[in-house]
Design a protein around this ligand. Structure first.
Ligand code: MG
Length: 299
């Protein structure tokens, strides 16, 4: 749970106490489940996602099907997943690039005064393609478009949330001029936000901790397609559990940024398998979560 979404251990625990678990009956109606969870409280998408992903896993286990098969996602269409490198000193950045071994795309967080210096540091040690996340950090659209062209020359494939999430006009101005896709992240949370972003962004960043689960994320992907928009599937700091749910939907998306388990020190599960920078979907029922430690479940 990220603090800026207004969730905490306390709010999640209080939410769980309000859930009537007896109403979840197989075969599960995920549209009804999402509506029910939304009726308990507004917001709180991460705890809703936790419940909804659990029921997706259960549904797959009962029907003996992998979740990706239920969502008609073809494992052969798995996109490359990026590895995120945060803003840091040149020495730390060089170490992080070394840590990213096995990944074929790097994601960089920009939005400060030394963005070009940061890219030059990366380029001194790696020629991998880049996803750029400006995290709303650019204030001047003329400077931002210059930067985007420069980043394009440096091997950037897309730019996430260049300007403030509320500055629809500024982001739209960049979208009409950018040589690479402009993606909404902070500006996009639930499916109801999608219509309002038409024309202002080339695509959206879907995260299960924003969408409140897999059912709505899948609906977002298909709706974005009908609107001619691109889709990046991302994550928060997550264990293999939530990440496997994202991986199950990733073949339906253009790009993936599902590096949660690689950046999480207390992941209790086995890391999802990866080859040549892409996750490997396994033919296991449900999410295919492995390595569940004994004593994790409290009755
Ligand atoms: Mg982002």
């Amino acid at each position: 749970m990220v603090p800026y979404m207004g969730e905490s251990l306390e709010s999640a625990t209080a939410f769980l106490k309000q859930v009537d678990w007896n109403r979840f009956v197989y075969p599960f109606d995920f549209a009804e489940i999402t509506a029910y969870l939304d009726s308990i409280a507004i917001g709180q998408p991460a705890i809703k996602a936790a419940i909804e992903i659990t029921i997706n896993d259960l549904s797959g286990k009962i029907s003996e099907k992998p979740c990706y098969e239920i969502y008609i996602a073809d494992p052969a269409k798995m996109p490359l997943t990026s590895y995120t490198i945060g803003i840091d000193s040149p020495d730390v950045i060089r170490q992080k690039v070394a840590d990213a071994r096995g990944f074929k795309v790097l994601k960089l967080k920009l939005g400060r005064d030394n963005d070009r210096e940061l890219i030059s540091t990366i380029r001194s040690v790696s020629d991998l393609p880049l996803f750029i996340d400006a995290n709303q950090g650019w204030k001047d659209k003329a400077k931002a478009i210059d930067m985007i062209y420069w980043l394009h020359d440096q091997g950037a494939l897309l730019i996430e949330q260049p300007m403030d999430k509320n500055d629809l006009e500024g982001n739209a101005w960049l979208t009409t001029r950018s040589p690479i896709p402009i993606i909404a992240d902070e500006a996009f949370q639930r499916i109801g936000d999608l219509e309002g972003l038409k024309g202002a962004y080339h695509g959206i960043n879907i995260k299960l901790m924003k969408s409140a689960g897999m059912h709505e994320a899948n609906k977002m992907i298909h709706k974005a397609r009908t609107m001619g928009m691109k889709v990046l599937i991302g994550c928060m700091s997550e264990t293999s559990c939530a990440t496997l749910a994202g991986i199950a939907l990733a073949p339906l998306c253009d790009w993936a940024d599902l590096d949660g388990p690689s950046l999480t020190k207390n992941n209790p599960f086995k890391a999802p398998k990866m080859k040549d920078g892409k996750y490997l979907l396994q033919a296991l029922p449900g999410l295919g979560l492995e390595g569940i430690p004994e004593g994790l479940f409290i009755s």
